[in-house]
Design a protein around this ligand. Structure first.
Ligand SMILES: [Fe+2]
Length: 397
């Protein structure tokens, strides 16, 4: 017969509680220094955050061995390292970003005119403008700009480094106007969006699972000096397993307030971080900077994304744009592949196995595969739209 002590220890291992979070344990995790020598593809370490030079990363990723090495490095930076990386000049051509910003401005103005659009769950209403599901809205409004924007090689590379292939892109624009207050420190989706009473019902391994189901990213749409309030981060805080519960406690929030770091960003920079990293958008103390970021939330093929996205409608809209841009050389095959990965459903399941059986493999054809097939065969737009609709229909129960 096992002792009561043994049973209690086991239960404490499996059932994490807000009450058991310990600031001293946490400090052991976060009071570490990022060593540049552990991340040889990075250009520097600033305030414990790894800074990469986008062009150097892409050059390294140009060979199979280089790609393997750089993806592994980024993966471990998120898992056991500081948990956050900045890719300087992730968009070399900021004209693509400016065009996307105009699309976002139009959508925000429309939201104001029609009194639609949601609030921000971590900030007071009115201080910020949000575009929920900016991914789909962007694609439907300007598919050519969407193709150029999500054709970005680094967004694809970092997403794959953390999640593997067939990830599901979602995006939300956040425009923090001057005077907009800071968010409260939080972790992100999945467990980051639950109350302690709910979080405590999930066994410890789910606390470890939640961070590998998504990746957080941001594209800087303007220069963001510190006074404009770029995101506050606490490096290494993603490694504290009970962190989803700890953030509900005052001493952890105080610790975040005293120890967070903040880096200025330039238009075109990309930031990616482990969704379990403690973070918060900063206060915009500037007089005239509307701080605009497109926040990427990339989900694992095996997870459920936070937002509903009509990927069939997006794919039907994007296809003619991709076809035209490939023909006249405005898009490379690699860029088209990246744009498709951010648009179409890349995973075969769930499906209706009566109507959509696996053919010549273990998994039925995906929406992304259909799109590749159509582009390779230069299908007519109508033929692709019909095939897309038929495929979606087949997957319904
Ligand atoms: Fe967040």
């Amino acid at each position: 017969m096992k002792t009561d002590n043994f049973l209690r220890q086991r239960a404490d291992r499996v059932w994490l509680t807000e009450a058991a979070c310990d600031l001293e344990d946490f400090r052991v995790e976060v009071e570490r220094t990022t060593q540049l020598s552990d991340y040889p593809h990075a250009a520097s370490v600033e305030k414990n955050v790894l800074i990469y030079d986008a062009s150097r990363v892409l050059k390294t990723a140009g060979t199979d061995d280089g790609r393997r090495a750089v993806l592994a490095e980024i993966c471990e930076a998120f898992a056991t390292g500081p948990g956050v990386i900045v890719l300087k000049q992730g968009f070399e051509d900021t004209g693509v970003i400016d065009a996307a910003s105009r699309v976002f401005d139009e959508i925000i103005n429309e939201q104001h005119r029609t009194n639609t659009g949601g609030g921000d769950h971590f900030a007071k209403p009115g201080a910020n403008d949000r575009i929920w599901n900016s991914l789909e809205k962007h694609c439907l409004k300007d598919p050519e700009n969407f193709a150029a924007y999500y054709g970005n090689a680094l967004i694809a590379l970092v997403s794959e480094a953390w999640l593997g292939p067939s990830y599901q892109m979602t995006a939300q624009v956040n425009r923090v106007n001057p005077g907009g207050a800071a968010q409260s420190a939080h972790r992100d989706y999945h467990l980051g969006f639950q109350a302690s009473a709910v979080i405590e019902q999930f066994p410890a391994h789910v606390h470890r699972l939640s961070p590998v189901l998504t990746l957080q990213g941001a594209v800087a749409h303007c220069d963001m000096p510190l006074e404009s309030g770029p995101t506050l981060f606490l490096p290494f805080s993603q490694t504290y397993v009970p962190g989803y519960l700890a953030l509900k406690r005052e001493e952890f929030r105080d610790y975040f307030d005293k120890n967070h770091v903040q880096l200025p960003l330039s238009k075109g920079d990309l930031v990616f971080f482990n969704p379990a990293l403690f973070h918060a958008a900063g206060t915009n103390r500037s007089v005239d900077i509307k701080r605009v970021a497109n926040l990427l939330q990339v989900s694992s093929a095996f997870g459920r994304a936070m937002e509903t996205v009509n990927r069939e409608r997006m794919s039907a809209t994007l296809y003619p744009a991709l076809k035209a841009m490939l023909v006249d050389g405005r898009l490379t095959d690699a860029q088209a592949r990246n744009a498709i990965a951010s648009c179409a459903e890349g995973y075969s399941f769930p499906t209706n196995l009566d109507r959509d059986p696996p053919l010549g493999g273990l998994a039925p054809k995906t929406q992304a595969q259909l799109m590749h097939e159509a582009l390779a065969g230069r299908w007519e737009v109508d033929a692709f739209a019909a095939a897309l609709a038929a495929q979606s229909e087949k997957k319904l129960s």
